[in-house]
Design a binder for this molecule. Structure first.
Ligand code: B12
Ligand code: SF4
Length: 459
């Protein structure tokens, strides 16, 4: 039995343009969900993972599979449906899973044979058995998996062409930010994989550099932090010699022992959501406000960096409190905090979030011709009507923010600062150049976007 698992591409996602920017090799990430699915697949199936982010294969020249499994974030849904229809025309049954099929199940069901919602661990064996006997059901509900039963991903598949491997150690997030899909999809409960499973799986990863995909590797409660420390101790003990980056909340900076162990276990960078420089905007997010309010971010960032861990700061433009000059304000604040990279995204109503419900009820979702418009849900296009900013204004804010942070003098100052303290200066340079180059590409993309979609907005 032959199974293809496909990760569809979205040409509008700048990070997949590897040919245009060679540094993007470091920003193309392995589709871990499909690698986990492959790990759940019994040996009688011959599995091939096809990642369109590395180039779209000529499917017609490939042997016909017995089953196609396709994944999609919302931004990839369009392309997923195109690929599905191509295979269905050949009589290949198509099953779709992942976040988009979960939150837009009915839409997906119109375009594929079968949909798996939620995490796949509990149902994938059944799906394969049914496919084998030609009796696929239309819907399978995976719900939240038993975290102890997550198998190691197939790290032997997709062995080349990526700078980093990938691993997941926890699922779920209790903070439930208004714009985020994680609580809907992985639940509010913070579930942790057994540490021996994680260490064993780390050993299977071939790459020296690894992305830990957890939404928050350290968690927020004392018992979460204790587990993170135990995990780091186990990784140190295993002496894996891997360097890894992860996402964490800012409370990571509150615990010297935690940061010390993380650094010794191989942590070289953390991605932290600061979300907004203004208190009013932070209130819109939900309970994360309490984690962020009243902090000395500059001191927090410095404490992390003292452990030779780089900090990526993430912010959102387009929150209801955001007014003119928010872009420059974010760039100034991010420089003041001293983050090594800045990642800024447009506030985007993703289906299944509280933000979606709010914006929909207020009639503010402009790009709502689905599924075609999903391709713009990359968080790098303004798909909604923002409270105080027109389309042109919100785009200008984004441009001024990125120009302000990635201007050559500021960029060189950051690299020089890290060279002076001998804190990964080369990675700082490469990362900053990659972000700068992508922001230039985005500038061109906004021109096309305004030409094609501008008339749909009220200015
Ligand atoms: C790692 C990651 C990335 C990586 C991508 C890695 C990749 N797969 O290519 C990077 C950094 C590139 C990335 C980019 C983006 N991401 Co992202 N990302 C994640 C993150 C943190 C983890 C995903 C992961 O690996 N999970 C671990 C695996 C094991 O779980 P899984 O993929 O969900 O797979 C399980 C099930 O879904 C299911 N399943 C999945 N596929 C299939 C297929 C079939 C056939 C079946 C049966 C089952 C099945 O089985 C798996 C095992 O249970 C998630 C948050 C999250 N918790 O999911 C956000 C998340 C998926 N990203 C999100 C977003 C918005 C984006 C971006 C659009 C914007 C951005 N800049 O972040 C871009 C777009 C990328 C694109 N290609 O279009 C949103 C998606 C929301 C949505 N509705 O689409 C999420 C949920 C974060 C959030 N805050 O809401 N991301
Ligand atoms: S803290 Fe991060 S993962 Fe958790 S809900 Fe907020 S944005 Fe999502």
């Amino acid at each position: 039995m032959r199974l293809y698992l496909i990760n569809p591409s979205n040409p509008l996602v700048s990070m997949v343009r590897v040919k245009e920017n060679r540094w993007n090799r470091y920003r193309v990430w392995k589709p871990l969900g499909l690698m986990v699915l492959a790990g759940l697949t019994p040996p009688e199936w011959e599995v091939t993972i096809l990642d369109e982010n590395r180039g779209v294969p000529d499917y017609s020249a490939m042997p016909r599979p017995d089953l196609l499994g396709i994944t999609a974030f919302t931004s990839q849904a369009n392309r997923a449906y195109e690929v599905a229809s191509q295979f269905r025309r050949l009589g290949v049954p198509v099953v779709m899973g992942g976040i988009h099929a979960t939150v837009c199940e009915d839409e997906a069901l119109e375009r594929v044979d079968s949909v798996v919602t939620g995490e796949a661990e509990a149902v994938w064996a059944q799906v394969l058995q049914d496919a084998r006997h030609g009796c696929l059901k239309r819907r399978y509900c995976g719900g939240f998996a038993d975290i102890d039963k997550v198998p190691p991903a197939r790290h032997d598949l997709l062995p080349t062409g990526y700078a980093c491997g990938a691993i997941q150690t926890t699922r779920g997030c209790p903070l439930n930010c208004s714009f985020c899909s994680v609580a809907t999809f992985n639940g509010l409960q913070y579930r942790q994989r057994p540490i021996p499973d994680v260490v064993q799986e780390f050993q299977l990863i071939r790459e020296k550099q690894v992305l830990v995909v957890d939404d928050n590797l350290v968690g927020t409660r004392p018992e979460d932090l204790a587990r993170a420390k135990d995990l780091f101790r186990a990784l140190i003990h295993a002496d894996l010699r891997k360097k890894w980056i992860a996402q964490a909340t800012i409370n990571f900076a509150d615990d010297e022992e935690l940061m010390d162990l993380a650094a010794k276990a191989g942590c070289r960078g953390v991605f932290i959501g600061f979300e907004s420089p203004t208190v009013d905007a932070l209130r819109e997010l939900g309970s994360k406000y309490h984690l962020l309010k009243g902090r000395d971010f500059r001191a927090s960032v410095r404490r992390i960096q003292r452990h030779s861990i780089l900090v990526v700061g993430s912010f959102i433009i387009g929150l209801d409190a955001d007014e003119a000059l928010i872009g420059r304000h974010i760039a100034d604040v991010a420089r003041r905090y001293g983050v090594d990279y800045l990642n800024v995204l447009f506030l985007t109503p993703l289906p299944g979030t509280r933000l979606w419900d709010k914006m929909k009820s207020e009639g503010r979702i402009v790009l709502d011709g689905f599924p075609e418009d999903w391709k713009y849900y990359t968080l790098t296009f303004p798909v909604a009507q923002y409270m105080h900013l027109s389309l042109n204004e919100v785009i200008e804010e984004m441009i001024s923010c990125e120009r302000g942070f990635y201007s050559v003098p500021h960029l060189m100052r950051r690299v020089w600062g890290n060279l002076w303290r001998w804190r990964n200066p080369l990675i700082t340079l490469v990362g900053n150049l990659s972000y700068r180059s992508n922001s230039r590409l985005a500038g061109k993309a906004y021109v096309d976007f305004k030409c094609e979609q501008g008339q749909r907005y009220i200015n």
